[in-house]
Design a protein around this ligand. Sequence first.
Ligand SMILES: [Fe+2]
Length: 468
Amino acid sequence: MTEPTPDDPFLAGGFEPLRREFDCPDLAVDGEMPDGLDGTYYRVGPNPQFAPRPPYNPLMGDGMVHAFRIADGRVSYRNRWVRTGRWLREHAAGRALFATAGPFGDDPEAGPRPGDGVANTSLVWHAGRLLALEEGALPVEIDPETLETLGPHVFGGALGRNMTAHPKVDPATGALSLFANLPRGRLTGELALYEADAAGVLSPARMVQGPHASIVHDFAITPNFAVFVVCPVTLSLERAQAGRPLIAWEPEAGVEVLAVPRAGGEPLRFETAPCMVWHVMNAFEERGGIVLDLCEQDVAMFPTADGRPPDASRAAQRLARWRLDPRRPGVVERRRLHDAVCEYPRIDERRTGLPYRYGYLAGLGGPGTGDLFQRGLSRFDHATGEVAVWDAGPTVAVSEPVFVARGPEEGDGWLLANTYDEVSGTGALVVLDASDVAAGPVARARLAHRMPMGFHGLWISAASSRRR
Ligand SMILES: [Fe+2]
């Protein structure tokens, strides 16, 4: 960085941007790295190249991809910024040009905003391509080995201006279900639904009308439905032009859930009391209805429409099960599954859209707790309601867990995550046995440098990457 880092908690400690790109051929490993782990664990998150133009919104910091290649019990590491159009222009200028906190405030020399955004939120592997995703922009293809940026991927021109950071691979067909929120860039509440077949050929967009422009970050699929939760977070350019929030928490708008038949037809619509949902754990069909498991938050961390700050004490997220019955239109039956604060729900993705037993979460910290970071991982057992927890301790931040299969049974595998040790100022990859989370890591590959806590991760097995 050429400028001092602003005094911002999202640019310090476990979020402080890494200023270098590394190639580390052989990391120190504590414990025993399992022989069966053969592939690459990827992680992406915001990592501004230059001190951002204040105020900084970490959701819009430049994406950096980290990759831990694991084979024969050994681990190598590499990290690279995603060289988006925005990153390249700022690199050439030697300073930040683009505002991160909204559509206004770019440097007069910035020029039009490139269409490939910041590629900082999530990653997906489909049809032999590794894509870095940010929901307001085009996906950016990355070389899975070198992490070189290959450029925006527009599915042969079939994708419009953006796609979700949380597409879903249908385990039965290998198809990728995805959507775009605000696909025409207008704040009208439109959603576009797409499906890319196993070869990566994208269907034409199906337009779905939501109740209002909102942040729809994730969705769920079942064999027959795509399910969207539209929360009372509203977007308004007029409001922003009047000096009030672009994005606001307006609980009086309630929640609308749309179950869109994947084969075509009108969405089924359901309503429920206000809450915010960022991430879905899974969904499946049962007795003609839809079961939707998600992390819900009483209050979204956005100001009210008149600019009052949110009540951070109500921002804790908890795991809940919602039931939608097409024979009872309009009604959402809601049940909290556990009182533990949690975020970043993941599953054994061979069960995506299907009845399943285990969910994996980050917890012991995060929004609503007074601690910016999660400090542990857990496994939730839907069959028993039991939670197994690994507590990494008060000075270690822990990322979202990523499940890696070992045997054919659901849940037989490992959980991979990365950590940041606030005492040593270094990062690590940790590997847990997914069937014994409480035992903590069976192996830890240590970096000599900091790795900022990012958003989402991905595993690509060596067998899968060889097939591309
Ligand atoms: Fe996300």
